[in-house]
Design a binder for this molecule. Structure first.
Ligand code: PAF
Length: 281
């Protein structure tokens, strides 16, 4: 496994392989990331992972400075998983002096996470476009946990005709349903005990849908009711939306995206599921 820090070296390495899968990450890897690597290995001749805690996608009051980092551990996991290249640039390599360009994806970025985290998706779209230009992957792999991010990246690729196939893979969960996230490491023991209610609440919406409920507000209320049972949770939003436009629905059909974001102490957690079980394209 080759560990690469510069754009020039990454381009040179890329030129030596035919098709390449890329797993973009911000490090502090977990089994969710490794499931993306496994999928990328099955579908490509070579696999690259990027590790870059992208400062431009964090708001001024967010957790950039305390975002968990452990590069030696991450490199060990990626090597064991059979990754060929790890691109881990520093901030000056990605954003050299004078850097002053942003990609603003319209339409799907002003709601849900975008409404609570202004500027977040401009940071994500810009860094992902840069990673695609530097690594030039054939396919790039993202997790369904960040559902809105996947929608934004698919739109970025479509709107700018980027020659990359975007693959979105299922969320990996703990045994009690908590979606894997690097941010779970912030949770205290008490908060960790409460956190599974997020997936339980989403699952309650799914159960209502499976029982015939087609009123979106009824499903939102089912989620809110269960979250409200945990007073230590502060809910940012509960959404039942179209999986492509992310517009809130009135009537629900198979494929609708049920999502929520909630804060437990200093930790913000997001999760979602697709009604009827199919993944959005
Ligand atoms: O999902 C993430 O880890 C990040 O948002 C990404 C896609 C690597 C961009 O920094």
């Amino acid at each position: 496994m080759k560990v690469i820090h510069t754009v020039g070296e990454m381009r040179a390495a890329r030129a030596r392989v035919a098709d390449l899968g890329l797993v973009p990450t911000m490090g502090y890897l977990h089994a969710g990331h490794l499931s993306l690597v496994k999928r990328a290995k099955a579908e490509n001749t070579a696999v690259a992972a990027s590790i870059f805690v992208n400062p431009t996608q964090f708001g001024a009051n967010e957790d950039l400075s305390r975002y968990p980092r452990d590069l030696p551990r991450d490199l060990g996991l990626l090597e064991a998983a059979g990754v060929d290249f790890v691109f881990t640039p520093d901030a000056a390599e990605m954003y050299p002096p004078g850097f002053d360009t942003q990609i603003l994806v319209g339409g799907v970025t002003d709601r849900l996470e975008g409404a609570v985290r202004p500027g977040h998706f401009a940071g994500v779209a810009t860094v992902v476009a840069k990673l695609f230009n530097i690594v030039q992957p054939t396919r790039a792999y993202f997790g369904q946990k960040d559902a809105q991010q996947s929608v934004v990246i698919r739109k970025l690729v479509r709107d700018l005709d980027l020659p990359v196939e975007v693959v979105v893979a299922p969320t990996v969960r703990e045994a009690d349903g908590l979606a894997l996230s690097s941010r779970n490491s912030y949770l205290t023991a008490e908060e960790r005990a409460v956190a599974p209610v997020i997936f339980q609440a989403l699952s309650a919406a799914r159960a209502h849908f499976d029982a015939g409920e087609r009123d979106a507000e009824g499903l939102r209320q089912a989620v809110r009711r269960m979250l409200a049972e945990q007073p230590s949770l502060t809910v940012d939003y509960v959404s039942v939306a179209d999986p492509l436009t992310l517009r809130e629905l009135e009537a629900v059909d198979t494929g609708a995206l049920v999502s929520t974001a909630a804060r437990l102490g200093a930790t913000r957690l997001i999760d979602n599921l697709i009604l009827g079980g199919s993944a959005p394209r």
